[in-house]
Design a binder for this molecule. Structure first.
Ligand SMILES: Cc1cc2nc3c(=O)[nH]c(=O)nc-3n(C[C@H](O)[C@H](O)[C@H](O)COP(=O)(O)O)c2cc1C
Length: 351
């Protein structure tokens, strides 16, 4: 794709995510099927609750990652810097959008550089698996080093590409590419979906490839098929309409991938509240990622609006931790929970 094509697409993505009709309508996260068991006798002080976790070698003050969104266009620079500064101040992880644009044009690197405002935060680089396949590891290592990232998210997005006008069609040698990067890159690799989730079988292949971190990015939040559908016409638009609900619900994906045994399992996709975060952790995630709701809060209310939204998520998580009697995240991950309805069916049938 041409440079101007990439830039236009990135701008469309921000506009559509901010204001478009791009959510799943029917296929929900299924977090509502997770009932955490109330503890009437918590036996701890609310102020003693510790929400801290270690992810990818860095200590986060709360188990939250602002998930990958943007880079490569002027608007992206301020979005990335605002969000990275929030991650630094509040002790979250921060994911940059696909670095493809800076690979094509090194001058675009400035739109991804956030270390000035986030010197210590966990910062995640990002590249598509198909782009990574075509590049030598040394070139990818340079992209990572140029922004000082702690790890590289390699995104898997076949559903989005298949609907995207001019999108990729060749997804061969993906596992091999992940194995090469896990072996040769100087930083950890995070395999990351973008809103369709990861199955248990795929998680096992990813783990066998030597990748120790997974962001399931499941269905129920932003539908990337819906985003691309809005940009498409003709046959691709029809395909987008048919497949906009495609994907494994986030809660199902977390529950199915947790037993595979990742060092870091991130639950992204439709996570919007502290209760969602708590439910994801109780299903086995180590942290939760939030993309579109953070972008919307930033675009609506500036840095203050985004901070207010995230502080609310944290406050809700802390309240839920108290109400299940979990002093820390390790205790929350062991908290008793009842899995009901459709989620129970997913777990029983899709192992
Ligand atoms: C505007 C926007 C741009 C995105 N760009 C990327 C990207 O470049 N790379 C990536 O791995 N995921 C990208 N994503 C996907 C998110 O990281 C996330 O996996 C997905 O949106 C589901 O989370 P949500 O329901 O909280 O939005 C993007 C999301 C948004 C909203």
């Amino acid at each position: 794709m041409s440079e101007s094509g990439i830039g236009e697409r990135k701008g469309d993505h921000i506009d559509l995510a901010a204001r478009g009709d791009v959510g799943f309508r029917v296929n929900a996260t299924l977090f509502s099927c997770v009932k955490l068991v109330h503890e009437a006798l918590p036996d701890l002080h609310a102020d003693a609750i510790d929400t801290g976790v270690t992810l990818l070698g860095k200590r986060l003050r709360a188990p939250l990652v602002i998930a990958a969104m943007t880079g490569g266009i002027p608007r992206a620079e301020s979005i990335n810097r605002e969000l990275a500064a929030i991650a630094e101040a509040r002790g979250y992880g921060f994911g940059l959008g696909s670095q493809r644009a800076m690979h094509v044009d090194a001058a675009k690197g400035s739109t991804y550089r956030v270390r000035e405002v986030a010197p210590t935060a966990l910062v995640l680089g990002n590249l598509g698996l198909v782009q990574a396949r075509a590049l030598p590891t040394s070139a990818i290592a340079e992209l990572v080093a140029a922004i000082g990232a702690d790890a590289l998210c390699v995104h898997l997005n076949p559903a989005m590409e298949i609907v995207q006008p001019g999108g990729d069609r060749d997804f061969a040698a993906g596992e091999e590419t992940l194995a090469r990067l896990a072996r040769e890159l100087p930083v950890p690799v995070v395999a990351k979906e973008t809103g369709c989730g990861v199955s248990a079988a795929t998680a096992r292949r990813i783990r066998r490839a030597g990748v120790r971190h997974l962001d399931v990015s499941g269905a129920g939040g932003t539908s990337w098929v819906a985003v691309e559908m809005h940009r498409a016409a003709g046959a691709e638009r029809a395909l987008g309409e048919a497949l906009r609900e495609w994907g494994i619900p986030t809660a199902a994906s977390v529950a199915l991938c947790a037993p595979v045994g990742f060092d870091g399992l991130i639950a992204t996709g439709g996570v919007a509240t502290g209760l969602d975060v708590a439910r994801a952790l109780a299903l086995g995630a180590h942290a939760a990622g939030i993309a579109r709701p953070v972008l919307q809060a930033l675009l609506d209310g500036g840095r203050e609006g985004a901070e207010r939204y995230l502080a609310g998520v944290e406050a809700e998580l802390r309240a839920v931790m108290l109400l299940v009697g979990a002093r820390d995240v390790a205790a929350l991950r062991r908290a008793p929970r009842v899995v009901t309805g459709e989620l129970a069916e997913w777990i029983a049938q899709a192992r």
